[in-house]
Unconditional design. Structure first.
Length: 124
């Protein structure tokens, strides 16, 4: 299983989860099967709100899950259509959230609980 995390700075497993998928400067990718940790620069960082391209952003990494501080409904739906389950971060670091994910303690996000599902759009 490969899990991605939105982060502002590459500090490996100690990286703090960033508050929004589309504008995250980096993604930490943890391959649980291979016990590997890698960093991917957001290839789609500069985009108009609502036009996030997760395939480009994640550089085709073949993720199974994504842990985010926040995500818009459009990006969430695109990730789900790619077969990627999206979870809301509950604690600060990649390491802590990974432990919670392994323990089935992170909530899976849906269109109703994405940060941009409300009327009027996002405030970021």
């Amino acid at each position: 299983m490969k899990v991605g995390f939105t982060v502002q700075r590459d500090e490996g497993l100690e990286s703090i989860v960033y508050d929004h998928f589309g504008s995250a400067p980096f993604f930490i990718v943890v391959d649980l099967g291979e016990h590997e940790v890698s960093t991917v620069g957001n290839q789609n960082l500069n985009h108009v709100h609502g036009t996030c391209n997760p395939v480009m952003a994640l550089d085709g990494r073949g993720l199974d899950a994504m842990v985010v501080g926040g995500i818009g409904a459009g990006a969430l739906n695109k990730l789900n259509a790619m077969g990627i389950r999206v979870y809301g971060a509950e604690v600060s670091t990649v390491k802590e959230n990974l432990a919670m994910l392994k323990g089935n303690k992170l909530r899976e996000l849906s269109g109703e609980n994405s940060c941009c599902s409300h009327q009027g759009g996002c405030g970021h």
